[in-house]
Design a protein around this ligand. Sequence first.
Ligand SMILES: Nc1ncnc2c1ncn2[C@@H]1O[C@H](COP(=O)(O)OP(=O)(O)OP(=O)(O)O)[C@@H](O)[C@H]1O
Ligand SMILES: [Mg+2]
Length: 252
Amino acid sequence: MQNQELLKLDGISKAFGKMEVLSGINFTIMTGEVVALVGDNGAGKSTLIKIITGVHKPTTGEIFFKNQKTKIKSVSHSRSIGIEAVYQERALADQQELYRNIFAGREITHFWGFMNIQKEKEETEKILKNTIGFTSKAITMNSTVENLSGGEKQGIAFGRSLYFDADLIILDEPTMGLSLQETEKVLGFVKGLKNKNKSAIFIDHNIFHVYDVADRFIILDRGKVMGQFKKEEISQKELMDKMISLHHSGNF
Ligand SMILES: Nc1ncnc2c1ncn2[C@@H]1O[C@H](COP(=O)(O)OP(=O)(O)OP(=O)(O)O)[C@@H](O)[C@H]1O
Ligand SMILES: [Mg+2]
């Protein structure tokens, strides 16, 4: 079902000091839709998703989430309303055990307020087995993140977002530095989101990955939306040609 509006950005601009890096951004993300945000280095992709995840506040413009006008105040606020980000490097704290990572900021507590570590470990075990389907014996709830492979880290971040039932999962270059096999796994996770009726915003410099997983492409250039295309409206080659043309002439 792709008929409900999940996120709407209305006239979002962002300036750092006098430098406007995003101007008048309008777009919507529907339920069950994977949307790729594509654009050159410095186009403003990460800044835009940082606004959606509560890292930055927009200078102007409004965000509607589940049809409610929403001022996203912080990362924990965005998580609490159903938005999760998966980054390769920053999503997880390296030195901590998996169960701590999964429940960071959303600890399970006993009714008198102490952390229920036993319960967190049990739930983590379930997430590893059922939600992510990890089979490696080397990974347990007590593993620390630093020993995991890049793809496994991504898997944990996905597992966390599914466990907490996020509606919108944002992936900023999730395949960076991953092996082919790990990349396949990550792309598989993204494609699987649709069956769960979840939505995703996907950023990746590899146009093959982007074309493979996304239903729609939003092209960003120098802080502006230059075009939006559904997959059936544009071939992979046409998308690539547009990106190259934008890079050289600022137009397509
Ligand atoms: N905190 C900040 N302070 C000042 N300028 C910033 C800040 N964050 C980003 N910028 C600038 O905003 C512009 C957009 O950066 P952004 O990281 O959003 O680009 P991007 O599209 O994600 O690029 P890439 O594909 O290289 O990751 C860049 O010119 C960058 O230098
Ligand atoms: Mg970026």
